[in-house]
Design a protein around this ligand. Structure first.
Ligand SMILES: Nc1ncnc2c1ncn2[C@@H]1O[C@H](COP(=O)(O)OP(=O)(O)OP(=O)(O)O)[C@@H](O)[C@H]1O
Ligand SMILES: [Mg+2]
Length: 517
């Protein structure tokens, strides 16, 4: 019988399509052909007896993986690890290990069995996908900005100028006018929805590609929860649901990017509302070792056990999505997960179908001392804060709009001229510098990505010349690199979004306060 079992194991090992390895104190004591093939060894004997160090690029990687793996193994949990494997000839590939301890509980000395797969292709596809998504989303945002911006202008002009001049006594005219107004509102609200979607897609693509600027801030759970609750209050009102908050006394501050954590709470609250018909939603915060544990509970439709982990995957919406497709795209929770995991935390859900769900996540507690962080936060806040919006007529103030996209220039012109400013445009950096040389402008709105001289270079030249250094510059771009902008000395840095009330506020603020000096 023993012989038979051994032969069966041998056949399985020899023909397996995945690498298999048995480890004792991180030494390879049994392995198979596929494993040798993956790591470029000619014979199993070359691997046997070695430590798994031979599979890693560096000592640091080897140690890091040990740290990750062994605490899980000791608990008897199945463990997964992605790492860059090193072949015998030194070449590298992406490797996925899945394994389990044979004798859990025996901490560091545990024996373990592992399956090993080459996932280089999947990784490459994933990276291409991320790149593709972020490029496409950027490209979508620019035309959408024009569409939504013009729709807003048309709607405003229609209400302010055309509608009052119409003969609304005439039923047909009135009906048509009402229709136009309602159609415009649909364009605007659908445009906004599309903007949210594109922003979500872009957000997650950037997080995956590690291209997010994470701010270093301190804030209380109370602050984040209050902001999230007020941001979602219209949802609660619309469905007649109540909200209960329960925050532990004396809870330490959280140390992370404030807006990102508010975003997590907002996503969880909006899900809770979306999938709940009556009752209250409860948000709790309490301390949990080095973390603050926050939870959002509802008594809504719940999630089945098998779907509980799937909901954190991109574009996953569970339930019968064909018959009752929920609103949204299935990106809320994956975004939450990216944010929470970025700070070394965890996010998970507990649920009973028909009874309700609770989503939990951990946020890092502030552990350091007070002082420098405060000052840094303060400077950051000063840089980011908009001056109070002043109502300013704008008469006789000249603004130069620099953007290579013609429709954005036209849109900005209309918005600014509507507010009473005089505008001029330039389609590229050199043209802008030329115009500034020959005419005095009171403010410049500047795009970053332009052919030839880019916006940062234009700003650098202007801010370094005594004649032009006092002209306020507002950068308006899809490029999210505020740091560079502020280093050069631009006054404001706005990201191209879909609407411009904020831009107008900034323009009014910068020009208004100037006249008061
Ligand atoms: N509180 C909840 N109760 C029941 N099901 C939930 C709850 N929260 C999430 N889900 C399920 O998880 C899915 C994924 O949620 P997620 O927030 O990622 O996407 P979404 O809400 O559908 O869309 P989006 O957030 O992108 O607008 C939901 O579609 C729903 O099926
Ligand atoms: Mg959601």
């Amino acid at each position: 019988m023993d012989n038979l079992a051994t032969s069966i194991y041998r056949v399985i090992l020899d023909n397996s399509l995945v690498g298999i390895v048995l480890l004792q104190k991180r030494h390879i004591i049994l392995t198979n052909k596929k494993m040798a093939e993956l790591f470029g060894y000619d014979a199993l004997e070359e691997m046997l007896g070695n430590t798994t160090r031979i599979l890693y690029r560096s000592e640091a990687d080897f140690e890091e993986s040990g740290r990750i793996i062994y605490s899980d193994l000791a608990k008897g949990k199945e463990t997964k690890l992605e790492f860059i494997g090193k072949r015998k000839d030194g070449s590298e590939f992406w490797c996925l290990l899945t394994g389990k301890s044979v004798n859990p509980g025996e901490a560091s000395g545990a024996d373990s069995v592992w399956i090993c797969q080459d996932i280089t292709k999947e990784k490459e596809v994933d990276m291409m996908k991320t790149d593709f998504i972020s490029t496409v989303s950027h490209e979508l945002r620019t035309p959408l900005t024009s569409i939504l911006g013009f729709a807003n202008i048309i709607s405003k002009k229609f209400k302010d100028t055309i509608y009052p001049a119409l003969n609304t006594e005439d039923k047909k005219t009135k009906k048509t006018a009402d229709q136009i107004e309602s159609n415009l509102n649909i364009i605007i609200s659908e445009g906004r929805r599309l903007t949210f979607l594109i922003n979500d897609v872009l957000d997650i693509a950037k997080m995956e590609a590690g291209k997010i600027e994470w701010k270093d801030e301190r804030f209380t759970a109370q602050y984040a929860i209050e902001h999230a609750v007020s941001a979602t209050s219209y949802l609660f009102q619309a469905k007649g649901l109540g909200i209960i908050t329960d925050i532990e006394d004396g809870l330490s501050e959280i140390h992370a990017d404030k807006d990102r954590f508010i975003q997590v709470v907002i996503n969880l609250l909006s899900n809770a509302v979306k999938f709940t018909d009556k009752g209250d939603i409860t948000v709790r915060a309490k301390s949990d070792k080095d973390f603050v544990l926050i939870s959002v509970s509802d008594n809504g439709i719940g999630i089945s056990k098998e779907n509980l982990n799937k909901v954190f995957e991109k574009f996953k919406q569970v339930g019968d999505t064909l018959t009752d497709k929920p609103e949204g795209t299935g990106l809320g929770l994956p975004i939450c997960r990216q944010i929470v995991e970025h700070y070394g935390g965890k996010i998970w859900a507990e649920s009973m179908e028909g009874k309700g769900s609770t989503f939990y996540f951990t946020a890092p507690r502030y552990l350091g001392k007070t002082g420098t962080a405060r000052i840094k936060d303060f400077i950051e806040q000063l840089k980011n804060s908009a001056p109070p919006a002043l109502i300013y007529s704008g008469v006789s103030k000249n603004i130069l709009i620099v953007d290579d996209d013609g429709s954005i220039r036209r849109l900005l012109r209309q918005e600014l001229e509507y507010a009473g400013y005089i505008t001029d445009e330039a389609a590229e950096g050199l043209e802008a510098l030329n115009k500034i040389k020959h005419k005095k402008y009171d403010l410049i709105i500047l795009d970053v990505m332009m052919p030839g001289l880019n916006g940062f270079d234009v700003a650098r030249i202007l801010k370094n010349s005594p004649d032009t250094m006092d002209i306020p510059i507002i950068i308006l771009s899809v490029v999210e690199d505020k740091e560079t902008g502020f280093k050069i000395g631009v006054e404001r840095y706005l990201i191209k979004g879909a609407e411009y009330p904020q831009l107008l506020n900034e323009v009014n603020g910068l020009l208004g306060s100037e006249t008061q000096n």
